[in-house]
Design a protein around this ligand. Structure first.
Ligand code: ATP
Length: 296
């Protein structure tokens, strides 16, 4: 075990930048994942999530900065057998049956966990004799996930693994990832637009906006540290005191709602205080980042 793993940092992204022909997709990006964490990578379309994961998987060269995976630079030849990456295009042979696909994966991977692959396929109710091309999008995702996890990696990078899954399948995949993290210390970074399921599947959230990680925290802390204050929209004096810690101020009919990064010492008279949901915090942060970019 390397010193980085001993300290718990499985993935370290330092000042990473990727520049495509049209400009920077990632810039000054910092992120550190500790062992056994399951992190949701959330951000608007085009924020750089896939780019970050491709670079961490060693499939895309950084223009600047550094990414270390398990203590060695990403992309180090002959690659990291302990890292599994699942991109949005699931890497399966369409003509193969589920069984042949699993057999091939078993031959290609020295650390193949057959019983785990069988259990995940059973859980996904996959017909082992069915050809991959006849599977639905969600079933293909489940098969690809079974193969990725049965390789027994230390770190998995999953690009939108929940996108094509029905609500029950999302829950099952979430439970599988949580169990793997708890049982074998698996570390997961998964991009997702499905905010409602993130709380079931992940314990950390990293927000990627404009090519940088702008927020990274345990989900529990993230929700607890914010407060939603609602009051009359003509109370400009109170609003002025709240503004410095406000992530977002939204006005509706005769009311104003302020999402505060922090807790007010006292709730102002005529105002109510509530704990926001994770979705409210993330949406407010995404809107604030979009407004900031528009104003720039
Ligand atoms: N191969 C490429 N060549 C040129 N530009 C690219 C390439 N891949 C991505 N980009 C650009 O880089 C930026 C980040 O793209 P990326 O796919 O990483 O975002 P994303 O956050 O994964 O988006 P989404 O949520 O839509 O999947 C975008 O502006 C995109 O147009």
């Amino acid at each position: 075990m390397s010193s980085e793993q001993a300290h718990g940092a499985i993935l370290q992204v330092h000042d990473a930048g990727v520049r495509y022909r049209r400009g920077w997709a990632l810039r000054h990006c910092e992120l550190e994942l500790s062992a056994g964490s399951i992190t949701a990578l959330v951000g608007p379309n085009g924020a750089g999530k896939s780019t970050l994961m491709l670079a961490a998987a060693g499939l895309l060269e950084l223009t600047e900065g550094r990414i270390d995976v398990l203590g060695a630079p990403a992309g180090t030849s002959p690659g990291h057998p302990e890292l599994s990456y699942l991109g949005q295009a699931r890497p399966l042979y369409r003509q193969f049956t589920v069984d042949t696909m699993l057999e091939l994966a078993r031959h290609l991977n020295t650390s193949w966990d057959g019983p785990l692959a069988d259990r995940l396929c059973e859980e996904a109710r996959l017909d082992r004799g069915a050809r991959v091309r006849t599977l639905s999008g969600g079933q293909r995702t489940r098969l690809a996930l079974a193969i990725v996890l049965a390789r027994r990696p230390t770190l998995v990078l999953l690009d939108e693994p929940l996108a094509e899954l029905d609500p029950l399948a999302r829950l099952e995949v979430a439970q599988t990832l949580l169990a793997q993290a708890a049982d074998s210390g698996l570390t997961v970074l998964m991009s997702s637009h499905v905010l409602s399921e993130i709380e079931d599947a992940c314990d950390h959230l990293a927000l990627l906006t404009g090519g940088r990680i702008t927020l990274h925290a345990p989900i529990e802390h993230l929700v607890q540290r914010h407060r939603l204050l609602t009051g009359p929209d003509d109370d400009e004096t109170t609003l002025a005191t709240l503004r410095p810690a406000a992530v977002e101020i939204r006005r509706s009919v005769r009311q104003v709602t302020v999402l505060l990064d922090g807790r007010p010492a006292v709730v102002p008279e005529g105002w109510t205080e509530a704990e926001p949901t994770l979705e409210e915090v993330v949406i407010a942060r995404l809107r604030a980042a979009a407004d900031h970019r528009e104003a720039a």
